[in-house]
Write a protein that binds this ligand. Sequence first.
Ligand code: MCN
Length: 786
Amino acid sequence: MTTRLFGEPVARREDPRLLTGQGRYLDDLGRDALAAAFVRSPHAHARIRDIDVGPALDVPGLVAIYTWEDLPERVGRALPLLIPHPALTHGRTAYPLARHVVRHVGEPVVMVVAADRYTAEDACALIEVDYEPLKPVVGLEEAVQGAQLVHDDVPGNVGAHLVQEVAAADGRGAREAIETAPHTLAFRLDIERSASMPLEGRGVYARWDGHDLRVYSSTQTSTSVRMAVAAALGLPLPQVEVIAPDVGGGFGVKIVHPWPEEILIPWAAMTLGRELKWSEDRREHFISSAHERGQVQYVRAGFDDDGRVLGLDVTILHDHGAYTPYGIIVPIVTSTQLLGPYKLGAYRVEFSAVYTNTVQVTPYRGAGRPQGVFCMERTMDKIARYLGKDRTEVRAVNLIQPEEFPYDQRMTFQDGRPLIYDSGNYPEMLRMIKELIGWDDFVRAPGRGIGIGCYVEGTGVGPYEGGHVQVTSDGRVHVSTGLTSQGQGHETAFAQIAATELGVPIERISVVTGDTRRFGYAVGTFASRAAVVSGNAIALACRKVREKALRIAAGALEADPSDLQITDGVVHVVGAPTASIPLSTVAVLANPLRYAFDEETAKATQFSGTASPDRPPVAEGEEPGLEGRDYYSPIRSTFAAGMHAAVVETDPDTAEIRIVRYAVVHDCGRLINPMIVEGQIHGGVAQGVGGALYERMVYDSHGQLVNASFMDFLMPYATEVPHIETAHLETPSPLNPLGIKGAGEAGVIPVSAVIASAIEDAEGIAIDRMPISPSELFGLRTAHAR
Ligand code: MCN
């Protein structure tokens, strides 16, 4: 048995359970609970004149009906704006149930509680809501004209406007640098809306026992849901527990806290004194959760004869939908991460976050980065085309060099800290991706093209995560951390960290995430942060436990702690393997209330039975038990990076687009588990293929989402996702003890840029939109031929 597991492709320990149907998802719980269903707005914009619940009251099995008027003040308040920003001058959030006005199709208006979901839905259908339809605002350009307003008090529908500018070394601003540059380009990019679409929707189940409230939620942030629920319901924090059971994907949409249902279901469960559950259906997910990506970008670039970017000026219209629960994090990420692995002369970015009568926008895997990378990589390709140069050559002259780290982009990152890249080797990465895809030997032909895309990703944002590690007298190690898991493989990766730090076989290690009973202080799983922040916290907690174990063992073995080592769960004197003591025994010795798990340990600890009456006092400065807790709080983000390349073929007649090859070089610092990282990259690339070729939310002029089902919203199947060739580069982060950078979002970030680059190469036509369908490509061909 090896315990040096950090960096090994250990098979995911959670998979046998999940693959054999033993996962426990939200809807597996509370089978006897009452069910909730919601009446949701059929209008994109309307005033509520009246709600008549009368016709539903006689439905057999109905338990309760609530409108906004029925909610107590604390529960009915507008939902919190989670990340305020000075530029967000007109932030707006929804009420848990609509109060007077609805601002998008799908906004919850009435909650119905009944014996089962069928009855609740039947009752919903009988409730009559009298709406006065208002003209909806759909489409970014229409919205900024401001003729109709989504919120009466937000002029021009602009919730936030921000300009960020980094001057050139000679002090010139981006616009001046562009004007005086030898060459300039200007173009517009259109990026459509998409959404996270986890296969398991959101869901909440609550139980109130008269004193304590237990809430299960399919969430990415159980600790934050707990705080929000406690505050809304006026309960002390210790009386509320929130547990994320197995979560069938999140991809960002389950970070929002609280969702209206996360407040309403616990409140109604408490009010009624009954168990209550709500599980989102697919249509609800389309129209009542969150979307992302939608942006229009106007780009101007000035460059020299080598393709060096002297100035870049980007103006972004960001479609925020009806509300800003998560602040303006998405356009801020676009603005900062757009810079990629490059050093530009001068840079100016300006964005307006614009309200429309559509589903609100919150981060979806990549969170603004795919849009930023699309912008920068399209710029690089266009410069190369303009100058008649190889596209990798233009990238090469703009790359930050290895000796330039730490590299300060002189901007403020999304977490308010300086945008400083900690480490990397971008030229080596470019060499690797060219070799992997065979760039220099590629044989170009009509309808066959090759493309490339590069990105950096700030990962591991703070403020903190914690880890708790306990060794019990059976020699097992119990690790817990507060953030939740949605399929990332934390159970395996965190066990690998603990096994390596403690010298214990991985089989003896269990990991619990997302359960506030086990760990109450945490931030959550998003922004590719779990490995960096929780991973390091767990390592630090393990180091505390290890130190204590060695101290206790040193006493028992009459040795110096510095001469001791732990291997396969046994502490022994270096060079004298027979002078040893198992960790199970050390765990017994660590607790004066001595209880040995078995006779053998009892004998080893010289007790007469499994429980000993001998109760020595706890030594000063010690705590009973072999356990430790620690927190890790990063000073700033660590920057992962990657470069992808693809070969595509386009059909000359149908304009069908086929990805023939896809290659990835990725650097997330030291790898905990290369197999998990590859899995994360594959999943991300699959979502990226969706964003590049298929996925879009289609709204009509009335603000109706016309493709709100899996019949109409196209996603790639396995048949559309190519085999993905992956290579790793490991430049450890100097910022954290384990040298890790995040990996969870990387795969999705550059895919649209890479595919556009390859299609453009195959067709000789500018591809300035994502996604691009065969019919759109056909249209471009026709226009080009004219
Ligand atoms: N890892 C590693 N070595 C590294 C970095 C990471 O072995 N140097 C491993 C980690 O231990 C972890 C996985 O890779 O098991 C992802 O780690 P990390 O980059 O820290 O990302 P998070 O765990 O914080 O996950 C969040 C990220 C995001 S932001 C989205 S969105 C996303 C994603 O992960 N949603 C997912 N991957 C997902 N995967 C699944 N199956 N489902 C989702 O909803």
